[in-house]
Write a protein that binds this ligand. Structure first.
Ligand code: ATP
Length: 258
């Protein structure tokens, strides 16, 4: 996305600066909550550790996510402010490719923010955005505003994509029997640890990776798609992520010493 600030293309941190600017502008437009800026800072630190590129583990998790979306009866993509500020077009594209509707779901919910997030998605080409109707259902045992869900969306979904999520809600969705796909740069977060598929990657790279995987898998037969979904082991993938980070940091430390 274009930003107000002109960032030289050859700046070594151009992507990272562009992401920050999108979030700052998103906060000014009420799309992003102030707490969303802090959540981004935590993610950004992990992105530095992984080298700001999709790891092989992120590509295989994105492929497993694509398979699960293709196999779902009623998948839904939960959208918060940071997502709407960073990747609105990609979210609309993923929704169209997978057939999973977009549902606005905010921790710091106000009518103004709900509408700002919805409008960002509509401006990016969405035609139907769930989560703003008069009817709401409730996720049991959850006390934040995020417990409110759309009865036609997350409430009856079998597969839910919940990127940049907090652990309480992920665990509550799991207790409701949902299959949870998340995107989280922190492999140690409660969300990353409790989801069924965790893509440890920046959302700006992960969503396009899922879209590419869906397009590639469309030509496969149902049994091959099922075997990709069944063959994915989230705990093993997360452990490989941590080993990747350890090895990368060790190599960098050795370079410093030499
Ligand atoms: P938990 O409750 O699951 O332990 P948390 O307290 O860190 O996690 P939040 O701050 O709500 O919960 O979650 C935000 C998560 O999103 C963080 O783990 C952060 O690393 C991650 N994150 C932030 N920005 C991005 C991004 N652009 N792409 C992917 N992940 C991101």
């Amino acid at each position: 996305m274009e930003t107000r600030l002109k960032i030289p293309k050859n700046h070594p941190r151009a992507d990272s600066i562009r992401i920050r600017e999108n979030l700052i502008e998103g906060e000014e437009r009420s799309i992003v909550a102030k707490a969303g800026l802090f959540a981004h800072g935590r993610g950004e630190a992990f992105d530095y550790f992984i080298g700001e590129a999709s790891m092989p583990t992120a590509l295989s998790a994105a492929r497993a996510a694509a398979s699960s979306l293709l196999l779902a009866s009623h998948a839904v993509i939960s959208v918060n402010g940071n997502m709407a500020a960073l990747v609105p077009e990609a979210l609309v594209e993923l929704s169209m490719e997978s057939g999973a509707p977009l549902e606005v779901n905010l921790f710091y919910r106000s009518r103004k923010r709900e509408l700002a997030v919805r409008d960002a998605l509509l401006a990016a080409g969405a035609t139907n955005v769930l989560g703003l109707g008069a009817r709401t259902a409730t996720i049991p045992e959850l006390f934040s505003e995020r417990r409110k869900v759309d009865p036609d969306g997350i409430y009856r979904a079998d597969v839910v994509v919940v990127p940049l999520e907090d652990g309480d809600r992920t665990e509550a969705l799991k207790r409701m029997g949902k299959f949870v796909i998340t995107i989280d740069l922190n492999p140690l977060s409660r969300t990353a640890q409790s989801a069924d598929i965790t893509i440890v990657d920046n959302i700006t790279r992960a969503i396009p990776n899922i879209i590419s995987a869906i397009r590639e898998l469309r030509s496969c037969d149902a049994e091959s798609i099922r075997s990709i979904a069944r063959g994915f082991d989230n705990k093993k993938n997360l452990s490989e992520v941590i080993i990747f980070i350890r090895d990368r940091l060790t190599a960098l430390a050795e370079e410093e010493r030499d």
